[in-house]
Design a binder for this molecule. Structure first.
Ligand code: ADP
Length: 263
């Protein structure tokens, strides 16, 4: 787990009222669910809000092996004795601040059991193995994110879980906002940002290509970074965008046509 208090404000280009909504949720101790495709700024937004509210941020990247014990903690044997070791969720509840569970639907089903009492008005974390019942301090906030695009039947969030959260939808940014992100992140020139944003929009609009997910702002930021550093624009787009989107050679050729039409 990554725990940090960031005093610098990480750059975040807002799309609407999400900053205000987050602040109200925080003030009223409501947990927050952020849904949206990969690479559209969910994690950056949470980092920005933690710094803005001067809160520690505890981030847990969820994966399909993550169990409730991984989050809550377990007894470990060392030096002949058994010691209890807090998991990242327990640490976050003890210390306060924002606990951000990224891609929460990836985690095993039993993890939702420990989230429920934390995510409603009880705001408690029962630790069965130690018999503790931790009360979340006022400064604790639970934030989860997931990508509905990846979601399959088994991995969806249960209504009983979703209905404990205030929810926000993130989507691909407008052209103007995406251009600002590219310039804000890489200090590239506005012309290059416009071209990359146009490539992004054309790729997202392609109908006949078989992609699991379309190009994210993150990949456009990578392309801008490589080009700004002096790498050939076409090669930069191939490496940062096309090859990251597909393994299929015909699909890659179709995507490269869009790149070649621009540079
Ligand atoms: P997600 O958590 O949605 O997968 P991230 O927050 O990690 O995506 O965003 C990926 C990258 O895209 C960030 O590191 C940043 O460079 C850029 N980015 C995307 N959206 C924004 C935004 N609104 N403001 C600033 N940077 C952004």
């Amino acid at each position: 787990m990554d725990t940090r208090v960031n005093t610098d404000l990480p750059y975040y280009e807002a799309s609407g009222n999400e900053i205000e909504l987050f602040e109200h949720a925080w003030k009223n101790r409501l947990p927050l669910l952020i849904k949206g495709p990969t690479g559209v700024g969910k994690t950056r937004f949470v980092a920005h809000m933690a710094a803005r509210l001067k809160l520690p941020l505890h981030t847990v990247a969820c994966h399909d092996d993550l169990t409730a014990a991984d989050l809550v903690g377990r007894h470990l044997i060392g030096d002949g004795e058994t010691v209890w070791c807090d998991g990242p969720l327990t640490r976050a509840v003890r210390e306060g601040g924002i606990c951000y569970l990224d891609e929460v639907v990836e985690a095993r089903k039993d993890t939702t059991v420990v989230l429920h009492p934390l995510a409603d008005d009880r705001r408690v974390l029962p630790i069965d193995r130690t018999g503790e019942l931790l009360e979340a301090p006022p400064g604790f906030m639970l934030v989860i994110s997931y990508n509905p695009g990846y979601q399959n039947f088994l991995k969806g969030l249960k209504p009983s879980t979703r209905q404990r959260f205030v929810s926000m939808r993130f989507d691909f940014p407008s052209a103007e906002r995406e251009q600002k992100v590219l310039i804000g992140e890489t200090a590239c020139d506005p012309m290059l940002a416009t071209r990359l944003v146009n490539i992004g929009r054309s790729l997202r609009a392609l109908k006949d290509v078989d992609l699991e997910e379309v190009v994210s702002t993150r990949l456009l930021v990578y392309a801008a970074t490589l080009i700004r550093d002096g790498l050939d624009p076409v090669e930069s787009c191939r490496a940062a965008i096309v090859e990251s989107l597909t393994d299929d050679i015909e699909t890659a050729d179709a995507l490269m046509e869009v790149v070649n039409a621009t540079f």
